[in-house]
Structure formats: structure tokens, C-alpha cells
Design a protein around this ligand. Structure first.
Ligand SMILES: *Cc1c(COP(=O)(O)O)cnc(C)c1O
Length: 435
């Protein structure tokens, strides 16, 4: 797979280069130079494949030049150790549950795939050890920590803002040990992000260690986010109805995964991009103007993004032609009150428990199906398990939600984190001492 930068198609990279550098030097984002279309026979027989087999086919088409087939199989079988079921919620509305992985959020797909792909590339180059720095406000950190746990040749340092992540998220970040180190920063998320950025720019640190990042803009996190769209299609194929996806979105990586699946031939009628009050992309889809804003806090806080980084990819996938983007994608945004009311309503009417992000997705698909009058299968993506946002969910539905077993185990573990100020010198001294 060759990749180019969205800022300048002449800036190209191999998959391996793109995975380790994360971003092109010109500040664009990496995109595949060619997105292959899968053969019709694949779609005709897709219901006979398992989730893993589907992912292997998609992967072979995308990265088969870079990674041997036997390795692709190994990676996929090791990444997809949990289900992604499609369930009916009501009428034509279905949910694609993406929260059955170790961190209980869809970011597990991206993080686990990235970890194994990096580890494969590193294994070709035995002397190398890399240090991945991750700033997190919660969800990304726990998916990355879980995804990279015990990966040979990779050390993970996670920076999180003290007192600003939920208790469960903190436990997920601080109880793994092994190759995962958690730094509890006396500051806010922006401080954590600044420390990581300064580290990447620091000549002395870079001369002493191989620094890398694992953020959501890495192409290796995008690729696996296409798999479950094919799998949802396979699960619903027998109904013979057209398919509409609604993706609750923040940085729009998840949506881009779906758009890539469509480019590979997956028959999808429409994508609904649903946001909370941070409605930059829905505004863009209405006006054609992309105007980033400061983010505002909402109850679906993993989507509180004021300058969605994957906008460049979204636009690039359509040759930067706004009218073409609009043919495939419609935007919707919802307030916290609407989101909360959706959680209440769905629980009351069906017994299904939504998390606030899934609830935004539910609202988007419901509104789209109503206004378009289409008899399509509507599928919204549930991106987090409801117990990850326990307070919000319980106050909306009025009952207590039991923690899934894998979270119960974490809660009783002891937190291990290194407390640190928000000044760069202290952070740098720590990295140098532990190189
Ligand atoms: C990260 C995240 C999102 C947003 O995904 P993007 O790919 O950034 O659009 C939605 N829901 C949850 C629970 C998340 O963790």
C-alpha cells in the first residue's frame, strides 16, 4: 500500500513509514493512493464468512503487498477476539455493538490492530525498541494501553490529567503494568498533549530514543475501522434491504472507516454523521464551510472535538468535491437534553440500554429514516459500553447498570501511576532516566 499526504499528493510513504511516523511532515494526513474494490463474488457470499474471515479479505486487498498473508491472518485472529453483533432495537433500527473489546469502546479495534501491525514491522528489525507517548482524556489511553499490552519491542507511556478522567478510566490506565506506564499529570488534557508534542520536537530525546505516537490519525487505526461495516452488512444481508449507517462522531475516523468500506464496494445507501453540540461537520455538510471552533463539554464527551482531524480525509475521499461528499453523507447534531431523552425513551420502550454516544447515533438514524421515508435497514454504531458512562446512563434510565465482569476485575486492582507536574523539563528528565 502506497500512501500520500492529503496536503500534497507528491509526498508519499510506504505503509511501514506511515505507521511509524503517524503524520506526513507537511501536516496533512496519510491516505492510501489506491483503494481496491473487492470482487462481486465476495459480496455475494459474504454471509458465509466469519467476522475474522471478512477482515482478512479486506486486509489482504489493502495491505497484502506489505504484510504476508500468514501474518495478516495471525494479526486479525489476534485482534478480533470479541464479537461485533448487530441487534434489532426497534422497527428498522439496528445497533452495531462495538464495545465488546477489552476497553469497552470501539477504539479497541484500531488500537489492537495498530499494536500488532507495529509489532510485526518491528520484528523484521530486531534491534529496535520504540517508545509510544499517548496523551489521553480517557478513552484513547485505555484502548491503547490494552491494545499494546505485552507487545514485544514497544513501551507505552500514557499521560492523563489528574482528576479529569473517570474512576474506571483511571483504573483502566493504571492497573496494567508490564510495558505500560501511566503518568498522572497535574494539569488538564491540553497540558498532556503539549508535553507529548514538545517531546516529539526535542532533539536530545529523539537522539536517545525512538519516539512514536498512537493517535487516532494513524492510518493503521483507520484500516480496522472498516471491517465491522462489512460484518454488519453480512449480518443483515438476508433481509435484502438497503443499508444506512449512522456514526456518532468526534474526530471522524470511525466514519472514514465506513467510507473506505463503501469505496471497496460495500453497498451502503447513506452515512449519517451524528454529533453532539460540537457540530462542525454537520454545519459543513449543510453550508460547505468547514469552520473549527473551541470544543464544548457534553455528556458524550469522547466526541467533544472542535477541530475534527479526519475532516481532511473525509474531503480527500471525494476529491475535495463538496457535492460528492453530500451525496454519501448527511450530518445531524443533538443536544445533551435530546441525547438523555433518547436513552430514557429507548430503555422504556425496548429495554435496550444506550450509552450517550450510541444515543447520539440512535437519534441520527431515527431522524434520517423518518425524514427520508426509506425502507432501509438503519444501523447505528454503539461505540462504548453503557457502564463506561455510568452516571449519565443511570440518571437517564433510573436503574443501576451492573458492571461487566471484565470491569469488575479492574475496579479492585491497585492504581499505579507516577505523579508529575506539567512542566516539560520534569517530563523530559523522566523519559531520559527511563530510556
Ligand atoms: C472516540 C470515540 C468516538 C468518536 O470517534 P471518532 O472516530 O473520533 O469520530 C465516539 N464514541 C466513543 C465512545 C469514542 O470513544
Amino acid at each position: 500500500m502506497q500512501l500520500y499526504s492529503t496536503k500534497n499528493k507528491a509526498n508519499t510513504a510506504s505503509l511501514k513509514e506511515a505507521v511509524f511516523t503517524g503524520l506526513p511532515a507537511d501536516n496533512g494526513l496519510f491516505m492510501p493512493s489506491h483503494i481496491p474494490v473487492l470482487p462481486t463474488s465476495f459480496f455475494e457470499n459474504i454471509e458465509q464468512y466469519t467476522f475474522q474471515e471478512i477482515a482478512i479479505e479486506v486486509c489482504k486487498a489493502l495491505i497484502g503487498e506489505d504484510v504476508p498473508e500468514a501474518e495478516i491472518k495471525k494479526i486479525i485472529n489476534d485482534v478480533l477476539t470479541f464479537e461485533a453483533p448487530v441487534l434489532k432495537v426497534s422497527g428498522n433500527i439496528h445497533v452495531l455493538e462495538l464495545f465488546h473489546g477489552p476497553s469497552l469502546a470501539f477504539k479497541d479495534f484500531g488500537a489492537r490492530f495498530m499494536a500488532r501491525l507495529m509489532s510485526y514491522f518491528l520484528s523484521q528489525d530486531a534491534s529496535k525498541e520504540i517508545n509510544i507517548l499517548v496523551a489521553t482524556s480517557g478513552d484513547t489511553g485505555s484502548a491503547v494501553a490494552q491494545g499494546f499490552l505485552n507487545m514485544p519491542g514497544i513501551r507505552i507511556t500514557i499521560l492523563y490529567p489528574s482528576g479529569k478522567v473517570s474512576d474506571i478510566q483511571e483504573k483502566q490506565l493504571t492497573t496494567l503494568g508490564n510495558n505500560i506506564t501511566a503518568l498522572e499529570i497535574d494539569g488538564v488534557f491540553d497540558d498532556c498533549q503539549r508535553l507529548v508534542k514538545e517531546a516529539f520536537l526535542d532533539a536530545e530525546l529523539n537522539a536517545n530514543m525512538n519516539l512514536s505516537s498512537a493517535n487516532s490519525i494513524n492510518i493503521s487505526r483507520l484500516i480496522p475501522q472498516s471491517f465491522y461495516y462489512f460484518w454488519a452488512f453480512a449480518q443483515l444481508k438476508k433481509t435484502g434491504k438497503p443499508l444506512v449507517f449512522c456514526v456518532p462522531s468526534g474526530n471522524f475516523g470511525n466514519l472514514c472507516g465506513g467510507l473506505i468500506a463503501k469505496k471497496m464496494g460495500l453497498p451502503v445507501d447513506k452515512f449519517v454523521a451524528a454529533t453532539n453540540a460540537n457540530d462542525i461537520i454537520p454545519q459543513y455538510l449543510t453550508t460547505g464551510q468547514f469552520i473549527p471552533k473551541a470544543s464544548v463539554s457534553t455528556i458524550s464527551n469522547a466526541m467533544d472535538v472542535g477541530n475534527p482531524s479526519n475532516f481532511q480525509r473525509l474531503s480527500d475521499l471525494y476529491g475535495n468535491v463538496f457535492d460528492d461528499v453530500k451525496k454519501d453523507v448527511v450530518g445531524k447534531s443533538y443536544t445533551d437534553a435530546e441525547t438523555s431523552a433518547a436513552m430514557t425513551e429507548v430503555y422504556k420502550n425496548t429495554g435496550y440500554i444506550l450509552d450517550p454516544h450510541g444515543a447520539v447515533g440512535y437519534l441520527g438514524i431515527k431522524e434520517y429514516l423518518q425524514e427520508s421515508g426509506t425502507d432501509a435497514n438503519g444501523v447505528f454504531l454503539a461505540t462504548a459500553h453503557p457502564t463506561k458512562f455510568l452516571d449519565v446512563v443511570e440518571s437517564a434510565i433510573g436503574v443501576t447498570v451492573p458492571l461487566p465482569e471484565r470491569l469488575q476485575a479492574i475496579v479492585s486492582k491497585e492504581k499505579v501511576a507516577i505523579k508529575m507536574g506539567k512542566d516539560f523539563e520534569g517530563f523530559k528528565a523522566f523519559l531520559m532516566a527511563n530510556k
